[in-house]
Design a protein around this ligand. Structure first.
Ligand SMILES: [Ca+2]
Length: 491
């Protein structure tokens, strides 16, 4: 049997000493069977702590060691003995295979590991220090880096007419991240192996790993199959094809064709399958999907969903927040208006306690800003009437004045909202209580915010004895008389 005798190296020694060379005369070394990896297959697991910057050179190191020895690395499934590759500020093999359980291997992106191209490979080599041959076994296999432009090829099981007994082969295809837009296509044009329940005698086992070396799936093939195609998912970063035969019942073997297919998606075709934005390279090939501001990419990588900004940590708004599809806005409580930063609120309105005065929309005669919620309160003096003259009104018109409006409330009797453009409205509230309030509201969705001047009104309080009956009976809007209750309320 071909054995890989693992040299026991203490971590400190491994880090401090010059890298050991692989023994050029492996047969010269005695074999300690207790320190060999079965069949030359080293199960491994990579810690989540290992960053991508280290995974790539680590992977190259594993390929390099595989190509220069009979060692093959396979992701661990349930094996008791395996290498556990951990991230640490050093490059060393904590210990070789001794005893059972995980065997730590430290890799790092420190200078010692990455600036010297060979360092990680040296570290991995320490686990494969002695190599000797078992003439009863046949080993084969190789590793491929599949990048755009890689030639397709064919792999055949060893042997001229039939595969040999006790064969142990592993072919590994690595698809670097920048080639992920391509799909590795594996097609077994024929498989003829010894069959059996669970394929436990002779078999082909295929491992799929993602870029984090997580095992996506594995499947085992045996018996007779033709044109068996392996679908390699987009997540797959490494595919390992492991062939093993036992000591009896050899068959024809298999033929495997591999190629990197071009499955480029263009953004110009159905937006690349993206619901909003399709990101492309300089020649229009899709790189990925993205979303407009206010949306986040869903887990399917193609559709977008609204971000509820109002639920994010840290209030974006001083007073109130309203989420909308693709956006949000801040607004204020009654008596406040949004400021120019569209987040904070300032008082808008107040108490009117003089006998006469004026009220106008914020910024008048300049256009009023959006999201104003102003309120003025006017207290009526005893035995006085309030004469209100809305001299200018230019408020964005909307159905039922649902967006922007001016509204006066006399006592408990609110008047209708006023919007649109008028030249003059003069009236005397007839059922006025002790208070009159004016409310000006401009909504966040007003398409006209920034182009309407709002309103200006004047008021004055006069003793009831000075109000002629004719005035009490008539209200004019743009010169037209409106019906009106002629009975003034007098306290
Ligand atoms: Ca939103």
């Amino acid at each position: 049997m071909l054995f890989l005798l693992i040299f026991i190296v203490g971590c400190r020694l491994a880090c401090a000493a010059a890298p050991e060379a692989i023994d050029q005369n492996p047969c010269a070394q005695p074999v300690n069977h207790s320190r060999t990896w079965d069949h030359g297959i080293i199960p491994y697991r990579i810690s989540n702590s290992v960053p991508d910057s280290v995974r790539v050179p680590l992977h190259f190191a594993m390929l390099k060691v595989e190509n220069m020895s009979c060692v093959k690395f396979l992701p661990r499934t349930s094996e008791t003995d395996y290498i556990f590759i951990e991230y640490g500020d050093r490059c060393c093999s904590h210990q070789g295979k001794v005893g059972t359980g995980p065997h730590w291997l430290y890799v790092s992106d420190k200078e010692i590991c990455l600036n010297r191209n060979e360092s990680i490979a040296d570290t991995v080599k320490k686990l494969t220090y002695h190599v000797t041959h078992d003439h009863c076994k046949t080993y084969c296999g190789s590793s491929f880096v599949m990048v755009p432009g890689s030639s397709p090829g064919t792999i055949r099981s060893p042997g001229d007419t039939q595969y040999p007994p006790n064969a142990e082969c592993l072919w590994r295809f690595w698809i670097p991240p920048h080639a992920n837009r391509k799909t590795l296509k594996l097609t077994f044009s024929s498989i003829h192996l010894e069959g059996g329940e669970s394929c436990s005698f002779d078999y082909i086992q295929i491992f799929h790993e993602d870029s984090k070396h997580r095992l996506l799936n594995k499947s085992r093939l045996c018996g007779r199959l033709t044109d068996h195609q392996i679908n390699v998912s987009n997540d797959t970063n490494v595919v390992s094809v492991h062939f093993r035969s036992d000591s009896s019942m050899q068959k024809d073997g298999f033929v495997l064709n591999y190629s990197l297919t071009n499955d480029t998606v263009l953004c110009s075709v159905q937006n690349g399958g993206c619901s909003q934005l399709c990101l492309s390279n300089s020649i229009g090939e899709k790189i990925g999907c993205s979303c407009r501001t206010g949306y986040s990419l869903s887990t399917d990588g193609a559709s977008c969903s609204d971000i509820n900004e109002c639920s994010l940590n840290g209030s974006l708004c001083e007073q109130k927040c309203q989420n909308t599809e693709g956006s949000y806005y801040c607004y204020c409580r009654q008596g406040f208006g949004i400021t120019s930063d569209m987040r904070s609120c300032q008082v808008c309105g107040g108490t009117l306690d003089s006998l006469n005065g004026s009220v106008s929309s914020p910024g008048h005669p300049n256009p009023y800003p959006p999201q104003q919620n102003c309120k003025w309160t006017l207290s009526r003096k005893k035995n006085h009437f309030i004469i209100i003259n809305i001299t200018q009104i230019n408020i964005s018109r909307s159905p039922n004045c649902s967006n922007d409006y001016l509204r006066a409330t006399h006592g408990h009797f609110p008047k209708k909202r006023i919007c649109g453009q008028y030249f003059s409205i003069q009236y005397i509230p007839h059922t006025v209580g002790t208070k009159t309030t004016f409310r000006f509201y401009s909504g966040p969705l007003s398409s006209s915010s920034g182009s309407y001047s709002g309103f200006l009104l004047t008021y004055r309080q006069v003793p009831s004895s000075e109000i002629p009956n004719s005035v009490l009976k008539t209200v004019y809007v743009n010169g037209q008389e409106l019906s009106y209750d002629t009975k003034p309320w007098i306290q």
